[in-house]
Design a protein around this ligand. Sequence first.
Ligand SMILES: *Cc1c(COP(=O)(O)O)cnc(C)c1O
Length: 395
Amino acid sequence: MSLAILGDEPVFSHPLHVGCPNIGDRSRLIARINAALDRRWLTNGGPLVEEFEAAVAEVAGVSECVVTSNGTAALELAIRALGMSGQVIVPSFTFSATVHALTWQRITPVFADIDPVTLNVDPADVECLMTPDVKGIIGVHLWGRGCDVESLSAIANQHQIPLLLDAAHAFGCTYQRRPVGSFGDAEIFSFHGTKFINSFEGGAVVTNNRSLAERLRLMRNFGFGGYDDVVHLGTNGKMNEAEAAMGLTNLESMSEFVDRNRANHELYSKLIESNPGLQVLSYTPAENQNYQYVVVDVQPEVCGLSRDQLVEVLFSENVLARRYFYPGVHRMSAFRGLTPPRPLPVTESFCERLFQLPTGMSIDAATVRSVCDIIRKAIDRAPEIVKHLQTSSPD
Ligand SMILES: *Cc1c(COP(=O)(O)O)cnc(C)c1O
């Protein structure tokens, strides 16, 4: 940890993390877990998992919900159940799990660029990448802002390949006033501790396709068709009762989480945008949003500091801002060279400009003000800070 840059001591004595968990009513969580212990029913489709599946399906506006051990498992199961193989088109501007779920199954990711306005996968680029080897498309609703599912569905239908949507960020959101969850052939959620609604770890595949859901249920539980027979290729992708208890408890506080996130997002936007060259990514007020992400776009030529310099100042004051999604999945060592290199200019430009700030139930208005104060001081003293970072930098 570098020393405080703005003063003698860091502004915050403890680190503020991006993705600090939202936690609902503890007594209700403990009561649910106690009931599971009394039943001695800890996993394998217990009543809490069933209740959580019904609740998730309702929020997502779908008939089928298959909860899983995590969001990555949900992706892997859905990719396999949808029969994706060969090559699959996916945006590079996403969390690496979207791509891991493909390469883990020896499917080659074909990276598409993003739209400079929505930052979601650009359907025109997807169209350019279509070849007979492409056997699927994955779209991502980045930060809960719905991707262009209409255009993606049209392309998928025309080529008769499945469309899967990674909605890990978009639980509780709508796109064109329709709940996220019901688009494409299936969508997946993550209930990881850092997500808007968490079940410690967890995920779900949601769909309106009953036979797909039945296949997913088999695959999630070793393909067991009865006590003795395995009737389908499978794995262990189950969620347990304690996780479902957490998910159900947090769902009960969903509107409280949204209110806090929205208030934080509004205050951050107002204070940060009073600086030249800084903008906070906005959410469409016409849609339901979870406001779980505060993403700042830095124009260094206007504000005098690069994104990395600003993040370095924040780190030194114990605000652990994150450069999501730097450097772009296509430039990470495990995924480089899988396909012939192809420039992704929009992705690469936003990878250098954006960072995320902490929000959620652990962050109140006073904390937001202090974080924004650090940013304002850094911008005010930009030339001095640039010089300081140059002389103190180890390389
Ligand atoms: C978090 C996340 C995942 C993976 O979810 P886990 O529950 O952590 O496995 C997948 N895609 C995106 C976009 C994510 O942010």
